[in-house]
Design a protein around this ligand. Structure first.
Ligand SMILES: C[S@@+](CC[C@H](N)C(=O)[O-])C[C@H]1O[C@@H](n2cnc3c(N)ncnc32)[C@H](O)[C@@H]1O
Length: 242
């Protein structure tokens, strides 16, 4: 498990340095066009470096229905694009945490928050399998093309459940396969780091969310890719009585 995380960390450390220096593109996976998920108007005010470092597969704050005052965590926050978008939506009475394990990403994200003048954000170093957040400390968990990268998805979903307040919601963009992948098929598709080899199927995702305690778990594909691993949005809720 640590080998996969080390490979993923090294991959994204290099990618973000290339992305912000203009020598490479971001993007989760080989063929996605990263900023195309965002409305131009939505990202117009963000620092150029935050847009350059965007490596997601969707637009989680577009489906999160964030309200002023809410507390949000972004799992695998990268260069910070979704943290900054969420920060604008929850406003000065809200708070947004970004959690990432890659020092280079955290440095870019913190610089972007400073450029944007975002006072209600905080980036914490950590792994999403063991979140550096207290129990029941956020209202919403977002994430963008990260959970597929984890070698221990049950731990990630259990941690998302733990840090959510009762009644809180998970609103995630990820890449998801249309059928369970065998080890051989995973090896054919590519590495975890390239955002395909570690994908869950939609059925596996709903099953793991339900086992973690979530209700109303649903996966919706948002685009089609010929390799069977598609961009998708994932929604689930922590019951109020949990
Ligand atoms: C594909 S990039 C997406 C970044 C960001 N969400 C975005 O949309 O631009 C994946 C990010 O997740 C982080 N990451 C991957 N696995 C992680 C883990 N197990 N724990 C913490 N961070 C992780 C990487 O360091 C990287 O910043």
């Amino acid at each position: 498990m640590n080998d996969i995380r080390d490979e993923v960390r090294e991959h994204y450390a290099l990618k973000v340095v290339e992305a912000v220096s203009g020598t490479g593109s971001g993007c989760c996976g080989p063929s996605s066009a990263c900023n195309s998920f965002y409305d131009e108007a939505q990202i117009a005010g963000l620092p150029a470096e935050a847009k350059a470092a965007s490596m997601g597969s969707g637009n989680p704050t577009a489906i999160a229905e964030l309200a002023p005052g809410e507390r949000v965590v972004d799992l695998g926050s990268g260069g910070g694009i979704d943290v900054l978008l969420a920060a604008g939506q929850v406003g000065p009475t809200g708070h947004v945490y970004g959690v990432d394990m890659t020092d280079e990403m955290l440095a870019v994200a913190r610089a972007n928050a400073q450029r944007a003048g975002a006072a209600n954000v905080e980036f914490r170093k950590g792994v999403i399998e063991r979140l550096p957040l207290d129990d029941a400390s956020v209202d919403v968990v977002i994430s963008n093309c990260v959970i597929n990268l984890s070698p221990d998805k049950p731990a990630v979903l259990a941690e998302a459940f733990r840090v959510l307040a009762p009644g809180g919601r998970l609103r995630v963009a990820d890449v998801v396969s249309d059928e369970p992948l065998s080890d051989d098929r995973r090896a054919q598709l590519g590495s975890y780091a390239s955002c395909v080899g570690g994908a869950l199927s939609d059925g596996e995702y709903v099953d793991l969310l339900t086992r973690a305690g979530f209700v109303d778990a649903a996966v919706t594909f948002t685009a089609h890719r010929d390799n069977g691993v598609h961009p998708a949005v994932v929604r689930a809720t922590k019951p109020r009585e949990a």
